[in-house]
Design a protein. Structure first.
Length: 222
């Protein structure tokens, strides 16, 4: 083999070799690895860029829901020795001892601070009520008033008959049947008025701060 031939062969051998100087790249062999995918992020989508976060939220659909009714008021009631509309026992009138009857009540409303009781002659047509009794300052934890009893701390007004306490029913003879309304009031504050306050004044205050009331009618005639 001549010199020229040897030189040509030498160049061909060098051309097929990578010298590592970065000027000659070899053909890649084998299978290329799959491209690397960016890791999923947990960043919350920003508002105002057309993402779901920028859409208005709606209440979840829960199906047909029952309509809740308003709380039902308690069955606050007054209990007398007679049925509603019945005759008052003579011992509680001017024909007897004239003492106040025993009275009871049930289902006192929540939030009651004091109780009060009034007795008014509903049969007399007058702009000024005929008041036979106004008593206030009764403890709401008590369940009754005993006959002829004034609880400790209670106050009693001066009645239409200028008497402090209970004025027994005593209508004019021959004036027919009179109806007396006995009412218990649940008050949301204490009564600051004292004994001998005029009945109209005490009754007005009681009715103003009352959150509930119950009554019973008793009848009497002479």
């Amino acid at each position: 083999m001549g010199r020229r031939t040897a030189i040509i062969i030498g160049f061909l051998v060098l051309a097929g070799c990578d010298t590592g100087d970065g000027k000659t790249l070899r053909e890649p062999k084998g299978t290329l690895p799959p491209p690397t995918m960016p890791a999923a992020t947990t960043e919350s989508p920003r508002d105002d860029v057309g993402t779901l976060a920028s859409l208005p939220l709606q209440d979840p659909v829960l199906g047909d829901q029952p309509i809740l009714s308003a709380p039902v008021a308690g069955n606050f009631r007054l209990i007398a020795p007679w049925l509603d509309g019945g005759s008052i026992d003579l011992r509680h009138t001017c024909y007897g001892e004239g003492v106040a009857p025993s009275l009871g009540w049930a289902d006192v409303p929540a939030g009651t601070v004091e109780l009060a009781v009034s007795v008014i002659d509903d049969s007399v047509a007058s702009t000024t009520p005929i008041i036979h009794w106004v008593i206030a300052g009764i403890n709401p934890n008590d369940i009754s008033l005993a006959e002829a009893n004034v609880p400790f701390g209670a106050v009693q007004a001066t009645t239409s008959f200028n008497e402090i306490g209970f004025s027994a029913p005593c209508p004019i003879a021959g004036s027919g049947i009179h109806e007396y309304k006995f009412t218990v009031y649940a008050l949301n504050q204490q009564v600051e008025l004292g004994d001998s306050t005029p009945a109209e004044d005490l009754l007005t205050f009681v009715q103003t701060v009352s959150i509930a009331s119950a009554d019973v009618i008793g009848t009497f005639r002479r």
